[in-house]
Design a protein around this ligand. Structure first.
Ligand SMILES: O=C(O)c1cc(=O)[nH]c(=O)n1[C@@H]1O[C@H](COP(=O)(O)O)[C@@H](O)[C@H]1O
Length: 308
């Protein structure tokens, strides 16, 4: 799957991910109203509304982008119905030939990580049959439990040719509380980056490993260092747009081959229709998906101009 991700980035010339984080408050009223008329003001109604919202955004952007990243918390808040909307979203994005990064941030003791890896990336045995259930292409993984929490994900990645992105230096304001703590003279995130390089060394695609890292756009200096520490790992870079990251901050996340990083924006794309800059260009809640397309085009141009 890492090879497919690289190919799709090269084909679209767009190292970006559209983050499908559909808070109900981002879903335009006309979509909510139609879903509620059919399913009521219920979790099923909300789930239908967020799926319709996602579908419109995917339809408007899928020819421009290599990948999407649905964030499962946004769906789980609606319980079982929300999880069904997550699954429908994953399946619809696959129909559109997009690489799907499940932002599930899992990680536990080995046996439990193994079940997470099976559910999200692998297939589950039921009697004499096997089923692929969620079937994302990549999942985000939390490394706090150490190697035995990671290994089951790596094993499934090897079998299924899937991939993971391991949290190394997160984009949020408090990320330094633990991640920047010095251990043996080096920050914790650097130790984790070294482990990511080690875990990924025996699961290589053509040019990059199946084991990638998450490093926030909001920490460009750390990104520069981690790029050197993990030369063969793809870096998923959230924090662009709504969290303040800009194209110029991203230059050192990429390798000399122009690859090695994929930048996520969620609210900046899916809620673009609420921004003045797009309202000024004729956007209303009715044509919200056109604003998402414009935001994708603007993001691609911003990153390209920073890299050249
Ligand atoms: O793993 C992630 O994707 C992630 C890691 C991180 O360090 N920071 C971060 O913002 N994210 C996710 O990336 C998305 C960012 O959303 P926006 O700030 O709206 O672009 C959310 O889904 C976050 O959960």
């Amino acid at each position: 799957m890492i090879n497919k991700l690289v190919e799709k980035i090269q084909k679209t010339n767009a190292p970006i991910v559209v983050g499908l984080d559909p808070m109900l408050s981002y879903v335009p009223q006309h979509i909510q109203k139609a879903a509620f008329e059919e399913f009521g003001e219920t979790p099923a109604g909300a789930a239908e509304a967020i799926f319709r919202f996602n579908k419109a955004i995917v339809d408007a952007t899928c020819d421009l982008i290599p990948a999407v990243k649905p964030q499962i918390a946004m769906y789980e808040q609606f319980g079982v119905e929300g999880v069904k909307a997550f699954q429908r979203t994953v399946d619809y994005c696959h129909e559109k030939d997009l690489v799907v990064i499940g932002d599930v941030k899992r990680g536990d003791i080995g046996s439990t990580s193994s079940a997470y890896a099976t559910g999200h990336l692998g297939s589950v045995q039921i009697g004499s049959k096997r089923f692929s259930t969620f079937s994302e292409d990549f999942a985000t993984v939390n490394p706090y439990l150490g190697s035995d929490g990671i290994k089951p994900f790596v094993d499934v990645c090897k079998e299924e040719k899937k991939g993971i992105f391991i949290l190394v230096k997160t984009s949020n304001p408090s990320s330094g509380e633990f991640q920047d703590r010095l251990i043996d003279g080096k920050p914790l995130y650097e130790h984790v980056g070294e482990k990511v390089a080690e875990w990924g060394s025996d699961c290589m695609g053509d040019s990059y490993s199946y084991v990638g890292a998450v490093v926030g756009a909001t920490y460009p200096e750390q990104g520069k260092l981690l790029r050197q520490v993990m030369p063969k790992s793809f870096i998923l870079v959230p924090g662009y747009g709504a969290q303040g990251g800009k194209g110029k901050d991203l230059v050192h996340f990429f390798n000399k081959d122009g690859l090695g990083a994929i930048i996520n924006s969620s609210r900046g794309i899916i809620a673009a229709y609420k921004q003045d800059q797009y309202i000024d260009r004729g956007i209303t809640a009715e044509n919200f998906a056109d604003a998402s397309r414009m935001a994708v085009e603007d993001m691609i141009a911003d990153i390209a101009s920073a890299l050249h």
